[in-house]
Design a protein around this ligand. Structure first.
Ligand code: CA
Length: 229
């Protein structure tokens, strides 16, 4: 879960401050926005791993914004937790129907907030988890930062390590260069798509001595896939 980016969309400065403090205290990176426009601005430069979204925002509501996030190709899979001062059942249902994954009522305890953030991230962002993953004879440990191939060590640079971690937790699915930039680099603005090809080449070169470079497959016209078959 380390380094997960959390976008906090909250217009009340005191609450935004409190949320930011707690999120950073827990070791996450905090991105801040006070309305819909600034939320989209943040998303354009850094794709968050989770969005904390206030129910009542200037000129719009969290529910409307949640629906917009669900309708946009870049943000449709980002988990959302709605923050609300209301406690009634009808609002909870509305919030969840808008596409939010969870919801928390103000005032909340920091412990409850963090427990919910961690639970949602565990469900949605497996590459943020610190659990060891194994696939196709490879084993990757996020805590020790080690990769082994049938017991033998594989030397990877930090970007190749993150790339492999993402692939191994999302095996058998094709990802475009843009999607990989979003998911592994966390942005698609300042990095060229060719950068992805460079790191794919390095990753394959590192896997070649153990004869596992064929796990990283090129899908013509679409992108790349990690596949054991
Ligand atoms: Ca508000």
């Amino acid at each position: 879960m380390m380094n997960a980016k959390i976008l906090i969309v909250e217009d009340e400065p005191a609450i935004q401050e409190l949320l930011t403090f707690n999120v950073m205290q827990a070791g996450f990176l905090a991105l801040r926005a006070e309305d819909a426009d600034s939320a989209w601005l943040q998303i354009r430069s850094h794709l968050p791993d989770l969005i904390l979204l206030d129910w009542m925002l200037p000129n719009t509501s969290g529910v409307i914004l949640a629906k917009q996030f669900r309708a946009d190709a870049r943000t449709k899979d980002i988990p959302i937790i709605i923050l609300t001062a209301r406690g009634d059942e009808r609002d909870k249902i509305l919030g969840l129907e808008s596409g939010a994954d969870d919801y928390i009522t103000k005032p909340f305890s920091p412990r409850e907030l963090m427990a919910r953030i961690r639970a949602v991230l565990r469900r949605h962002v497996p590459q943020m988890s610190e659990e060891t993953v194994a696939a196709g004879g490879l084993e990757l440990s996020p805590t020790s930062h080690r990769v082994t191939a049938k017991g033998a060590g594989v030397e990877l640079g930090p970007t190749e390590f993150r790339l492999l971690h993402f692939f191994m937790t999302h095996a058998e699915r094709v990802y475009s260069r843009t999607q990989l930039l979003d998911q592994v680099w966390g942005t698609q603005v300042f990095v060229e798509e060719r950068t992805v090809d460079v790191h794919i080449r390095r990753l394959r070169a590192a896997l070649e001595p153990v004869k596992m470079d064929n796990l990283i497959q090129t899908v013509r016209g679409s992108g790349y896939r990690f596949s054991t078959s």
